[in-house]
Design a protein around this ligand. Structure first.
Ligand code: LHQ
Length: 261
């Protein structure tokens, strides 16, 4: 059985982390497969949104700690190799994808698994799900963007508490803290997340890509720089077919039929 299930339906590329007996911890095979899947998401015009979730009771337990490349044996190991080869390119690929990524956190998201979830554009979670910055429990610091996303979304005090104490944060608290978009009852998560991804797949894809670009640039920009960026990106959006369709549909009092162009 593949460690990543991939299917395309109604413009939504669904990616399911699939090593349930290891709580979907990442191994090199899963990394290769998710890399290929995000490359496809970028290249394939038929993909207009991505939906990422996990099989079984967990979303993802981060790095598979039983893998040889991270196991502290007799010889010193260089964790920067694993991070530089797999995790950093994955997070960059996700943030740079000009299409929306919905994450349905179906259960515990720990270590890099938590931060890969937070790297998605729109995160929803089952009420019973949780987020765990497990790193300090094993003598590490948050990676995969955790030290970037957490203080920005939750503030330094909360980010520090999560990273130092490595306590589980419930999905409801994650929603309250502004780390994620919404919590759904466990039984409703798949339906609700799929509905969100499908709605996005019918939307103005180019505008969504530009929204990502603008919002993610915001953290490092001055107001002046951000105003200039908005002007430039709005110029691009204004040249899209979907803008033409959106305004035409509004004037004609009908639902727009966006093509993602
Ligand atoms: C696992 C794992 C796992 C292998 C559960 N690996 N088997 C990047 C690059 C370089 C180096 C290092 O790190 C990184 C980034 C990282 O992600 S570091 C952080 C790695 N992740 C963790 O430290 C989390 C480890 N897991 C846990 O703390 C617990 O499993 C959680 C809290 C996620 C869930 O707890 P429980 O619900 O009590 O489940 P469990 O612990 O009983 O796990 C079930 C099985 O899954 C168990 O196997 P077994 O054969 O006994 O049934 C675990 O060994 C296995 N598993 N996480 N990361």
């Amino acid at each position: 059985m593949s460690s990543l299930l991939v299917s395309l339906d109604a413009g939504v590329l669904s990616l399911t982390l699939n090593r349930p007996d290891k709580l979907n911890a990442f191994n090199p095979e899963m990394h290769q497969l998710i890399k290929a899947a995000f490359e496809r998401a970028r290249e394939d015009a038929g993909v207009r949104a991505v939906l990422l979730t996990g099989a079984g009771r967990a979303f993802c337990a981060g790095q598979d700690l039983s893998e040889r490349n991270v196991a502290p044996g007799a010889a010193p190991i260089d964790l920067a190799v694993t991070i530089g080869s797999y995790y950093n390119p994955l997070v960059r690929r996700m943030r740079e994808l000009p299409k929306p990524i919905v994450c349905a956190v179906n259960g515990v998201a720990a270590g890099a698994g938590a931060n890969i979830a937070l790297a998605c554009d729109l995160v929803v979670a089952a009420r019973s799900a949780s987020f765990l910055q497990a790193f300090s429990r094993i003598g590490l610091l948050p990676d995969s963007g955790g030290t970037y996303f957490l203080p920005r979304a939750a503030g330094t005090a909360r980010a520090m508490g999560l990273a130092l104490l490595a306590e589980k944060l419930s999905a409801e608290d994650a929603e309250r803290w502004g780390l994620i978009w919404k919590v759904f009852d466990d039984g409703a998560l798949v339906k609700e997340a799929t509905a969100i991804a499908r709605a996005l797949a019918e939307g103005p894809t180019k505008a969504y890509g530009l929204i990502k670009k603008a919002l993610y640039a915001s953290a490092g920009n001055s107001l002046d720089a951000q105003l200039d960026l908005e002007r430039d990106l709005q110029r691009e959006a204004g040249f899209s077919e979907d803008y033409r369709e959106g305004v035409t549909a509004f004037m004609q009092k009908r639902k727009p039929n966006f093509k993602g162009k």
